[in-house]
Design a protein around this ligand. Structure first.
Ligand SMILES: [Ca+2]
Length: 366
């Protein structure tokens, strides 16, 4: 038995054995907030930058009288995915004098430095993993046709994305409240910002080139024109609710029955990573000529996973959260020696970055 509520239209009452196992309440679907297509130019670059940083410092206050003191704080964080050994040193201009340091060692009245190279742990990425699962182990026990419960299809063209504001959901410890649904069989977490995120050629995941942050139940060259398109639904079983994205599209250039492709992404709205892919015809989908990726990728495109072959079952995507890289902080107390403009200067070097990173904070003595 299915329970329906919150719909204006009267939904069909058809049931399949697959769906008899669970009762769902039907809720209003999110609406399209924007669309993007390959016709729209996008100048932004989405490549991830790997570096040791941010490197920051500040002094409080930045103006002192002769004989008064100020406290400066230096922080260096390893944002690379490799461990880094970092050397940091600071010095003051001649009208300032160092009184004390915490977290670093005074060399003399003008300079302070870390004790040798300080090892900073690598940043760990959000890492998605995809696993084939028995559809019967999932909440819907299989593909749950949203048209059966009254959700209308939204047309989608070839090479197009529909962006939706959606109820907040968690993926690998990050929260998203928008998705971009691309006609080529994948979702972009957070929504698409331009045409670089609409790609007909599936990537081998991970790939730092756009699109990144993809949930791809069936990424290949697909076309929604002349097909129903996209349905978005929200179903609840009373205890949990799910956002469901459904594609009813076709292989580019083949709107025959053999070219039809219908798949769903179920996203649990429960504060944890809960993502499942379903197919209307599992095991019967010939591999498309344009290639096929069934997988998931993190928002920076630096970690991802994919299944091999054509969909033979349902898939579950899990994700381990990112862990920030190690950081070091030291503070120094500086006194004003003579009136004039002065500065607190810090340099940082690392075995992961060539050259030296430099930062200067002006400290005025009045
Ligand atoms: Ca990518």
């Amino acid at each position: 038995l299915l329970v329906f509520a919150g719909l204006d239209s009267s939904p069909a009452r058809a049931q399949s054995p697959l769906r008899a196992a669970r009762q769902f309440t039907v809720e209003p679907a999110p609406a399209v907030v924007s669309t993007a297509s390959r016709a729209v130019k996008d100048a932004s670059s989405l490549l991830a930058v790997e570096a040791v940083g941010p490197f920051g410092q500040s002094c409080e206050p930045v103006q002192i009288a002769v004989g008064e003191s100020t406290v400066c704080t230096v922080t260096v964080t390893n944002e690379s995915v490799l461990p880094a050994n970092v050397n940091v040193k600071s010095k003051v201009s001649s009208n300032l004098t160092l009184l004390s340091a915490s977290g670093a060692v005074l060399q003399n009245k003008n300079s302070v430095m870390t004790t040798g190279s300080v090892p900073l742990a690598a940043r760990v990425d959000l890492i998605p993993t995809i696993t084939a699962v028995d559809p019967a182990s999932t909440p819907s026990t299989g593909f749950f046709p949203l048209e059966d419960v009254g959700y209308a299809a939204m047309p989608i063209r070839d090479e197009q994305a529909l962006n939706f504001s959606v109820p907040a959901f968690s993926f690998g410890g990050q929260t998203f409240d928008a998705i971009g649904v691309v006609s080529n069989g994948y979702i972009v977490l957070g929504g698409t910002q331009g045409n670089k995120q609409i790609q007909a050629t599936p990537q081998s995941l991970p790939n730092v080139a756009a699109p990144n942050g993809v949930l791809a139940p069936y990424w290949t060259d697909l076309d929604g024109s002349g097909s129903p398109g996209i349905r978005l639904g929200k179903l609840s079983d009373g205890a949990e609710s799910w956002l469901i994205v459904q594609w009813d599209v076709h292989l580019a250039g083949d709107n025959s029955p053999a070219g039809q492709r219908s798949m769903q992404v179920w996203i649990g709205l429960n504060g944890t990573t809960d993502v499942v892919y379903h197919y209307r015809t599992p095991g019967q989908l010939a591999a498309p000529g344009a290639g096929l990726t069934i997988g998931a990728e993190n928002p920076t495109g630096t970690a991802g996973d994919q299944a091999s072959g054509t969909p033979a079952s349902a898939y579950r995507v899990t994700a381990t959260p990112a862990v920030p890289g190690g950081s070091l902080t030291y503070t120094v107390t500086i006194a004003g020696k003579s009136a004039g403009t002065g500065s607190f200067d810090t340099t940082a070097s690392s075995n992961q970055v060539s050259g030296v990173t430099r930062m200067t904070t002006a400290v005025a003595v009045v």
